[in-house]
Design a protein around this ligand. Structure first.
Ligand SMILES: [Zn+2]
Length: 551
């Protein structure tokens, strides 16, 4: 069996890795179906950065080969008895090879072919007699497994949606790409219905070796039709778009449908199952998504995407959790985007929850007027999102804005990050309870810190002097951190959020005064410290804002 590509074969394989192949073909009888025209289309695609071509017929391969050394995937389409077949016999393959092909693609489905030679035989002879690579155009995972077993070099779900068993399932299916990559062990070429740059990217993220895009680049008639179709469905009045927003926390998962102007509909909380590691969290997430999709269906709304905020460091490019704390056990490494897309195929964008809260402010809150600010959420820990010049700073691994782990007391209290004296060790739910108990040792203990913290918050709002003193101590520590942040980022606003903070005007005033006093040129450039405008559903709104920004 052939499984040892030549050195040219290996070179081609490497040249295509993570790259775009452009299929330059036209429908029969289309005005573009002309060698000279398609040749120019290919040249233009090469200028745009295409790394290879897929071409039909030896004539087109020969013409394009004259101007390029890029890899060419070649096919010979035939229509007989109403059935399309891709490279139906070895004779066709030989002609493509003679014309300059590097890879021959052929129909490797096991559907009954009305004509031509068995594909296994054609594949074997391409290897043995032509020394070229074979790309298996298949429809299903089972086809892919059989082709891999037969020794092809690439598998591609090109025929998904065409072959009998998959008829009617048009569209690009990233999960099929992933399954093929995992199960066949062969490089997968994502071909078929990759109609946007975002889908091309998703194909690579799903595990494809490279991507073939055809109609969306090289068929002006098809492209025009998509525009014409889109214009047919525009209602006469300007309508607002909707997105599902989800905020995954250690206690519960909040969901809502978010209108483009930030309005929240169908707010809903579900408990997060954290006792079974990532499976429990994933199950909770699935229920939340399904609940939201149900609401959308009932209200007959058309949602354009799903935005997710999650605790932990998030790689927002891939939608994968980079790191998570014990609040979400086992969550690190979880692919939130793919998981949600396996439930519903919609664009999904994922953000860290505190960074999402900053996005909520940017799009629907204070950020509508101010473009340099830091939004800080105080709860069991401290999260933050830094917005500079209207743009959220995420950093390389998504950790930008981890302001809770800045040292404010050298050799101070131990922090759960392993260091000492972090801001978070002095300003949090637990810290508030600690300060209160120090001032009022006889204070009634309550079952949980968060319950007691809420109690202290209420007492403080009612004017209780001990509770207010506890808040004042927190203000001293917090101002140390905010002065540092101001020195580093020079924000116009510092926005404080979190249930323990938002309504405590006197506390925020105290923090304002203390921070100003710690700043060089404090009175000339005091960052204004304000309560958050986006509240309990800030994460949900911010995650939705992320979708509205990208699509
Ligand atoms: Zn720390």
């Amino acid at each position: 069996m052939y499984n040892n590509p030549s050195s040219r074969g290996k070179e081609i394989l490497e040249a295509l890795r993570g790259k775009l192949v452009v299929s330059c073909q036209a429908y029969p009888n289309d005005p573009m179906e002309d060698t000279e025209t398609l040749c120019r289309v290919a040249q233009s695609a090469a200028l745009g950065g295409a790394s290879g071509f897929r071409l039909n017929s030896p004539e087109h391969v020969r013409a394009v080969r004259q101007n390029t050394s890029l890899p060419i995937i070649a096919i010979q389409k035939t229509y007989e008895g109403g059935q399309l077949r891709i490279t139906a016999d070895f004779g066709s393959a030989r002609k493509l090879a003679d014309a300059g092909a590097d890879i021959i693609a052929l129909d490797c489905t096991d559907r009954v072919h009305a004509y031509g030679e068995p594909w296994r035989e054609i594949s074997r002879r391409i290897h043995e007699e032509l020394g070229l690579l074979v790309m298996a155009d298949i429809a299903t995972l089972e086809d892919g497994m059989r082709a891999a077993e037969a020794g092809v070099d690439f598998v591609a779900p090109t025929l998904h949606g065409y072959a009998e068993e998959t008829k009617g399932t048009f569209g690009f299916h990233p999960e099929l790409v992933t399954a093929l990559a995992q199960e066949t062990g062969k490089p997968v070429i994502a071909e078929g219905n990759v109609s946007t740059p975002a889908l091309a990217r998703r194909a690579i993220e799903a595990g494809a070796w490279c991507v073939v895009v055809g109609s969306a680049i090289t068929r002006p008639g098809t492209i025009t039709a998509t525009f014409v179709e889109a214009l047919k469905h525009v209602p006469h009045e300007r309508s607002l778009r909707y997105v599902i927003g989800i905020d995954i926390g250690g206690t519960n998962i909040k969901t809502a449908v978010v209108r483009q102007d930030g309005e929240l509909l169908f707010q809903h909380d579900l408990p997060t199952i954290v006792t079974e590691g990532r499976h429990g969290i994933a199950r909770s997430l699935k229920s939340a998504v399904e609940e939201a999709l149900n609401n959308v269906k009932k209200a007959d709304l058309d949602v354009v995407g799903i935005g997710v905020a999650s605790a932990g460091a998030i790689d927002s490019k891939s939608g994968i959790v980079f790191a998570a704390t014990d609040n979400l056990p086992g969550w690190a490494g979880f692919d939130i985007r793919s998981y949600i897309q396996s439930i519903r195929d919609l664009p999904v964008y994922v953000e860290n929850d505190a960074q999402a809260a900053a996005l909520a402010e940017l799009h629907f809150g204070h950020g509508q007027k101010v473009s340099n600010f830091v939004a800080i959420t105080i709860g069991t820990g401290i999260g933050a999102g830094i917005v500079i010049d209207g743009k959220l700073i995420r950093g390389m691994y998504g950790f930008a804005g981890t302001v809770g782990h800045q040292t404010i007391r050298f050799d101070g209290r131990p922090c759960n990050c392993g260091r000492s004296g972090c801001l978070e060790a002095y300003v949090s739910t637990e810290a508030l309870v600690h300060e209160y108990q120090q001032l009022h040792p006889a204070g009634q203990a309550s079952p949980s810190n968060s319950g007691l913290a809420r109690e202290i918050s209420k007492l403080s709002l009612a004017g209780d002097p001990i509770a207010r003193d506890a808040y004042k101590r927190l203000a001293i520590y917090l101002s140390e951190g905010l002065a540092n942040i101001s020195n580093m980022f020079d924000p116009e606003l510092i926005i404080l959020g979190g249930g323990l903070i938002e309504d405590h005007t006197y506390f925020i005033e105290e923090v304002q005064k203390l921070t100003e006093n710690k700043l060089h040129f404090g009175e000339q450039r005091p960052p204004k410290i304000v309560p958050a405008q986006a509240r309990r559903y800030a994460g949900v709104q911010g995650a939705a804002a992320s979708v509205f920004t990208y699509i």
